[in-house]
Design a protein around this ligand. Structure first.
Ligand code: PLP
Length: 408
């Protein structure tokens, strides 16, 4: 038997069936017209942002990293909840513009921005988090051609990282950002060249659950920023401090102690050096905002026993849930939180392998999991599916196509 990960708070049942937004999942599937289906919950999004606002000092804004979940309705809902949006491509820019987000609220990071992407961003006034001197030069040239001063911030590659994070984005040689020692000269250059100076972006890692590690990284970010600002010799309009707050996916994972992170940041913010007295501050979060607000529902289409092992075969799989299948940056596969949604909360009575419909042994949703007895037609739910699910999985693989997605 292998345990499944912890089910996020806030999910309940109606008559033994998982319910979201006060509606049974079978109703939501009927409304969507098919499985597999991602369901994203407004109430969960609202609650998460409210908790964050409560914990963080008022001076620190919250940005949403669109890459975590670029579903239009989700971006649209986040527009009223967060302060800014971080995008990683002109495709994500198009989505933000489509839901009416003011481009002045958007910043664009990513190590390989094409000229056409720089042009699209500069034309509408998006802030570029420039990742190299070469990119800054291209942005300045494009701005000149358009007769528009590009809004430029510099993404810093710091010499430290967010310890314990699932994905390290700083510390040593990286394709991301400008090495810290080269930042002051580049900043002075872009300011002198007539760019609208927007500040610094320091993203140190992702998916960290340790409050200590997050607090330490935030302290390092503020310390480095103060030093860089002294060297640049100009006021810093804005600092994007990165984020990195993670969510529990696996057995034994525990939620970030948000109150502790917020209190430590409040203390830091109260004692900032004078060079940062006027600087606007924000953090940038993806999965922490949306990850637990989404579930993936897939229907059991076959049940069989092979060499004594019971398989529940579903109409979903890794083509929508690469991360849950264990194939998105994990070394040892562990079970995401999952359950039988149509007998939710029932006592487990058997051990099953829940798999997808793809013809590959990689397509696993839960291994040796204890579940109540489920049959063809029942719905399986995978939790923590609100981030890096639909858009971070190979939906074209084997031709089954994308899952449906709804916001309720
Ligand atoms: C620059 C940048 N911003 C934001 C994120 C989002 O991270 P998360 O969804 O873990 O908050 C990432 C993730 O890799 C990133 O590289």
């Amino acid at each position: 038997m292998k345990p499944v990960g912890p089910i996020p708070a806030g999910y309940t049942a109606i008559d033994g069936e998982l319910a979201i937004g006060g509606r049974r999942v079978s109703e939501l599937v009927a409304e969507a017209g098919r499985t597999p289906l991602f369901v994203y919950s407004r109430a969960h999004l609202d609650a998460r942002v409210a908790a964050l606002r409560e914990a963080l000092p008022a001076r620190v804004g919250v940005n949403y990293a669109v890459k975590a979940n670029p579903h239009l309705a989700v971006i649209g809902h986040m527009a009223a909840l967060v302060d800014g949006f971080d995008i990683a491509s002109s495709g994500e820019l198009g989505l933000c513009v489509a839901v009416g987000i003011d481009p002045a609220r958007i910043s664009f990071a990513g190590p390989g921005k094409r000229d056409d992407e720089l042009e699209a961003a500069i034309a509408v006034g998006v802030t570029l988090n420039c990742e190299s001197a070469g990119e800054a030069a291209r942005a300045l040239a494009i701005g000149e051609r358009l007769g528009k001063s590009p809004r430029i911030a510099i993404r810093v590659n710091p010499s430290f990282e967010l310890k314990g994070s699932g994905m390290k984005m700083g510390g040593g040689a990286k394709p991301f950002g400008v090495d810290a020692d080269q930042v002051p000269a580049l900043a002075r250059h872009v300011i002198a060249a007539g760019a609208e100076w927007r500040g610094l972006h320091i993203f140190t890692g992702s998916q960290a659950l340790s409050a200590d590690a997050i607090i330490e990284a935030q302290g390092n970010v503020l310390e480095l920023t103060a030093k860089l600002v002294e060297d640049i010799g100009q006021p810093l309009p804005k600092l994007n401090m990165g984020g990195g707050l993670g969510i529990p996916y696996f057995p034994g994972d525990t939620p970030v102690d948000l109150a502790r992170v917020g209190a430590a940041l409040a203390e830091r913010v109260e004692s900032l050096p004078p060079v940062l007295a006027e600087t606007e501050l924000c953090i940038e979060l993806g999965r922490y905002l949306v990850g637990e607000a989404g579930v993936y529902l897939t229907r059991i289409i076959d049940r069989k026993v092979s060499h004594g092992v019971t398989y529940l075969i579903t109409d979903g799989g890794l083509h929508h849930q690469l991360a849950a299948s264990g194939n998105f940056g994990t070394v040892v596969r562990r079970n995401y939180p999952s359950a039988i949604a149509t007998c939710y909360g029932a006592e487990p009575t058997e051990e099953v392998n829940i798999v997808g419909c793809l013809c590959t042994p990689l397509d696993r949703l839960a291994d040796a999991a204890a579940m109540p007895e489920a049959h063809v037609g029942d719905l399986v739910v995978v939790f923590c599916a609100g981030a890096y699910g639909a858009s971070a999985s190979p939906a074209a693989f084997l031709g089954h196509g994308p899952a449906a997605e709804i916001l309720v």
